[in-house]
Design a protein around this ligand. Structure first.
Ligand code: TYC
Length: 113
């Protein structure tokens, strides 16, 4: 078995035409859209129930949950988290189902960021 060195003579443009410049193609990676999950105020859902929902479904500490509940109570609504479409959809469904089962009118919605 014999082998000989491979010699490259020039570029596709021909020998001696290599400018030495390298070009790079920018591959545009698309980030998935994010969705804000919001809690809406109402006059009937007990404050402790809202705090419990925020702890249970959004993993917030008691203090964080209490703060957000008060923001919703005072301002009418607040963003409680930002998630992928699938996770946001699941959170909304879990909160709405939990509130309905406890017969509270609490509303939870999502919106593209
Ligand atoms: N406004 C309610 C009350 O006074 C408390 C409440 C807070 C309800 C946040 C809903 O998303 C909510 N009992």
């Amino acid at each position: 078995m014999t082998s000989r060195p491979i010699t490259l003579s020039g570029t596709p443009e021909g020998p001696g035409s290599d400018s030495g410049l390298l070009t790079k193609t920018k591959s545009k990676t698309q980030r998935p859209p994010l969705y804000k999950v919001m809690l809406l105020n109402d006059d009937y859902t007990p404050m402790e129930f809202v705090v419990h929902v925020l702890e249970r479904f959004f993993g917030l500490s008691h203090a964080q949950a209490f703060d957000i509940m008060l923001t919703v109570h005072k301002k009418g609504l607040a963003v409680v988290g930002v998630f992928s479409f699938e996770v946001a959809e699941t959170k909304v469904a879990q909160v709405m189902d939990f509130a309905r089962r406890h017969q509270h009118p609490l509303q939870c919605t999502m919106e593209k960021e």
